[in-house]
Design a protein around this ligand. Structure first.
Ligand code: G4P
Length: 533
């Protein structure tokens, strides 16, 4: 077989084994614990506890991560790869903070599925609704895990209604809790009606012991708890809340599992579902709407850029989602936007900030390209057959701030940092189209400004002064309307790095009046979560 042919055959076979997904949840719902338990069940760690320990080491490594530590949150996204049942699982971590950030959205653009973790006591929490809207907008298949069922919580039936009403995703339970709140005995597996009884291990450090009982024995041994579970699942049968592969893959229904990440109850079922239900890496659509075949030569796109992960050397890692072909370290690719060759001598797979050199990768995998300062978010890299993947949509900003260096003597450092953080997509930078007046920073979450200021100071030595602006709403506009808006007090038109002209208004009322008075002006909503192209 020629090398090209063997790469193509391998790419198809390996893509079928890949499951690439992200876990999305509200902070504290149990994402970290669940991640750790996945690694435990996959045999990637011998005992739970390793991930947190490793995260501890990671945090010690840079000032910026010291900020994470102070706030007890995770700002960076990382990628974990492990094997389970002869499948390669790529778990893309999303930032775990309260504010929605654009970073999370970009990670979801690289995922083929998501697991939504809900705390059974809290249900759908408003701050994270936006995340779920993004999944819906991208038609991403979502598995749901009702976590913390070992503790008293809300009625799961009520939560099903809430998920459907708030997110518009129809939950289809695969398992159902058996036991009183606070005394979870196990789960009813609706696929065969059996009872899976769990027993917790000490501190949940090793797998929970599982015993499968038939319904007759379950009724005899669990009494009322079993009867209640049967009643609830009979109701689910009646309303047709049963797993349906077609609507799951279309992002309309969501197979739901119950359990407790802490005690390991239900973790295996969920991980099995990642392999059995979640889709493998499939051919991706390019910018022209055509499919890039999995066995075409290598192609991938940059979905995240992170600089200065390791303060010992000023580095710059571009995370690339592989879409087609076989990647081998050292191959020279073409950087789509510039047409220039790009050497991949320094490719790495990434586990937290610890890097292992990666030699081979296939569709669904993520590679980290080190010292890739010419790459930008959304850029395509390919080998042999040119392709361009669609841009990753930028969010409609909702928060605006004017940024100035506090010390004008550090103007250069400020500009360098601004350019770098803009390239990484930490914030959007809006500039005056005719000159270089003070830029306006725009974001979808306030945390983005905090990260911006912190990094500018610690990595570039420029303290920033952020002043709030009166702007409260933005619209996409064109050059003709821009000229008209120059005559209107209280409005400004600025340009974003992607070339979009944004008209900024002080109040929705002002905007509404202008739209009424000038129906011919171009004042379009800026692309947002629900408007992915
Ligand atoms: P996150 O990444 O989504 O923010 O959540 P994380 O896993 O860190 O979990 C948040 C808290 O909830 C942790 O407690 C964790 O132990 C607990 N937790 C996670 N899953 C379960 C579960 O299934 N049942 C119960 N009862 N608790 C769960 P903590 O006290 O904040 O931290 P720790 O000291 O336990 O690490």
């Amino acid at each position: 077989m020629s090398p090209a042919l063997s790469a193509a055959v391998a790419a198809r076979a390996e893509a079928a084994r890949r499951r690439t997904f992200a876990i999305i949840s509200h902070p504290d719902a149990g994402k970290t614990t669940l991640t750790e338990k996945f690694l435990l069940y996959a045999g990637a760690v011998a005992e739970a506890g390793a991930v947190k320990a490793r995260a501890g080491q990671r945090r010690a490594r840079s000032d910026w991560m010291a900020m994470e530590q102070q706030r007890g949150i995770s700002i960076t996204s990382t990628v974990l790869q492990f094997t389970y049942r002869d499948h390669v699982v790529n778990l893309l971590d999303t930032p775990g903070h309260r504010d929605f950030s654009e970073d999370t959205y970009r990670v979801l653009a690289a995922a083929d599925a998501a697991i939504m973790v809900l705390d059974v006591a809290k249900g759908v929490e408003t701050q994270t609704l936006k995340l779920f809207e993004v999944c819906r907008a991208r038609s991403l298949p979502v598995l749901t895990f009702l976590n913390k069922c070992d503790r008293p919580g809300r009625d799961p039936l009520e939560l099903l209604d809430e998920i459907e009403a708030e997110i518009g995703l129809r939950p289809t339970p695969v398992t159902w809790p058996v036991g009183e709140p606070g005394d979870l005995r196990g789960v009813l597996d609706r696929r065969d009606g059996s009872f899976v009884r769990y027993e917790r291990s000490a501190h949940g450090a090793t797998a929970a012991s599982e015993q499968r009982l038939d319904p007759v024995r379950a009724a005899a041994e669990e009494g009322d708890a079993w009867r209640q579970a049967l009643e609830a699942t009979a109701l689910l049968d009646e309303v047709g809340a049963t797993v349906d592969a077609g609507s799951f893959l279309a992002g309309e229904s969501s197979p739901l599992f119950v359990g407790s990440a802490l005690t390991n109850f239900g973790v295996r079922h969920l991980l099995d579902a990642v392999v059995d239900l979640a889709p493998p890496a499939t051919a991706r659509v390019d910018a022209s709407g055509a499919l890039r075949a999995l066995d075409a030569p290598f192609a991938g796109f940059v979905f995240k850029i992170q600089a200065n992960m390791d303060p010992a050397h000023r580095d710059h890692v571009a995370f690339v989602r592989v879409c087609s072909g076989r990647f081998t370290r050292g191959m020279t690719l073409v950087h789509g936007p510039s047409g220039r060759p790009f050497s991949t001598k320094y490719a790495a797979s990434v586990f937290g900030a610890d890097r292992d050199t990666i030699d081979v990768a296939y569709p669904g995998d993520v590679i980290g390209l080190v010292n890739a300062s010419d790459l930008q978010i959304g850029d395509t890299l390919y080998d042999a057959e040119p392709v361009t993947f669609p841009p990753i949509a930028t969010f409609a900003p909702e928060l605006f701030s004017v940024a100035r260096p506090r010390d004008t003597g550090r103007h250069k450092q400020f500009q360098r940092g601004l350019a770098q953080l803009e390239r990484e997509g930490v914030v959007q930078v809006l500039r005056d189209p005719d000159g270089d007046r003070v830029p306006v920073l725009a974001a979808v979450g306030a945390m983005q400004f905090e990260v911006f200021s912190h990094r500018l100071m610690h990595e570039f030595g420029a303290e920033v002064q952020l002043a709030p602006t009166a702007v409260s709403v933005a619209r996409r506009t064109d050059r003709v309307t821009m000229q008209e808006l120059r005559q209107v007090r209280g409005t400004r038109v600025l340009v974003r790095a992607d070339g979009t002209l944004l008209a900024l208004f002080e109040s929705p009322y002002q905007l509404q009046r202008l739209v009424q008075d000038h129906p011919d002006w171009c004042l379009e909503p800026v692309l947002g979560a629900g408007e992915v192209p």
